[in-house]
Ligand binder design. Structure first.
Ligand SMILES: CC(=O)N[C@H](C=O)[C@@H](O)[C@H](O)[C@H](O)CO
Ligand SMILES: CC(=O)C(=O)O
Length: 307
């Protein structure tokens, strides 16, 4: 890569995709959404069209429109806009990668295809490479999320030697609970100056201890401010405070999970907490009852005020 790389660090919000009541993408929310993240949550980077953004339920054209809107409104405000380009068809991913480069995105990420799955890490590495060649100047991140893709071989195996085939490779977004594999990814990334971003919000502390460089997650849309305090406490070596915040966050997330926490609940919670109209999720996800989201949102608000 010719240009200098901005290392991806700190908190990154995995954004929701605002839809109208009729289920169409609602670009008018993106501008206010960016202001909310910066002003209310102190979160300055976003990961769009991923799991939280229901990327795999959107058309290629919708994903392009969303990416363009995030880049346009985020210009001069957001530090980084990372566009998730994972699709079942490599052709769609390549088209999205090329598009991301053309609109000035700061990086791209891909999940493994999950219907026809790669047989091993070599096949997945090849897939990622063939996507990256359509945006050779954009940092490429591998998005490891075995709970959704069913592709569970070690991320460390995917990383092994990837710098030789993908010059633009820049790190991994690790949404998994295997701390040994995560640790190996951090270790391997050190000599390449890559970023390892953790994606299981309720277990962030364990990942910080292993040396991850940041975190990408859905809850940072509305708990970013508190998690930023936790990161600061960790950086200051205040382990007791870090643990208190992680425990509070963990129990809060536990409360959310035990209430049946998924993207549709999460999306409605975001609407309730932020006041931004995220709209319904897209089928096959079902809208969450407003009363349920309001109960969780109240918990989040009380929690935020208490810290
Ligand atoms: C499976 C999933 O969507 N994971 C997200 C990030 O990758 C997380 O941010 C979770 O939404 C979060 O940790 C709550 O469980
Ligand atoms: C949750 C997450 O990181 C994503 O939206 O992909």
């Amino acid at each position: 890569m010719s240009r200098s790389i901005k290392k991806l660090t700190g908190l990154v919000a995995a954004t929701f995709t605002p839809l109208t009541a009729e289920g169409e993408i609602n670009l008018s929310v993106i501008g206010p959404y960016i202001d909310y993240l910066i002003e209310n949550q102190n979160v300055k980077s976003v990961f769009i069209n991923g799991t939280t953004g229901e990327g795999c339920s959107l058309t290629v054209d919708e994903r392009k429109q969303l990416a363009a809107a995030w880049c346009q409104h985020g210009k001069g405000k957001l530090e980084q806009v990372i566009v998730h380009v994972g699709c079942m068809s490599i052709k769609d991913s390549q088209e999205l990668a090329r598009h991301a480069a053309s609109i000035g995105a700061d990086g791209i990420a891909v999940i493994s295809p999950s219907y026809f799955k790669p047989v091993n890490a070599d096949a997945l590495r090849l897939f990622i490479k063939e996507v990256s060649t359509f945006a050779p100047d954009l940092p490429m991140y591998y998005y490891h999320i075995p709970s959704m893709t069913g592709v569970a071989f070690d991320a460390a195996d995917v990383l092994n030697g990837i710098e030789q085939v993908i010059p633009s490779f820049q790190g991994v977004k690790y949404t998994g609970t295997d701390l040994r594999d995560l640790g190996q990814c951090v270790c391997y990334s050190q000599s390449h100056n890559w970023s390892v971003l953790f994606g299981v919000d309720e277990q962030l502390l364990g990942a910080l201890v292993l040396g991850v460089h940041g975190a990408v997650g859905s809850t940072y849309n509305y708990l970013g401010c508190i998690v930023n305090k936790m990161l600061a406490a960790f950086d200051n070596g205040n382990h007791m405070q870090t643990r208190v915040l992680q425990f509070s966050l963990f129990y809060d997330c536990y409360y959310l999970c035990s209430a049946g926490f998924d993207v549709s609940v999460n999306k409605q919670v975001m609407s309730e907490v932020s006041g931004l109209a995220m709209g319904p999720p897209r089928l096959p996800l079902l809208p969450c009852p407003v009363s349920k989201a309001q109960a969780i949102a109240q918990k989040v608000k009380d929690f935020s005020q208490g810290h």
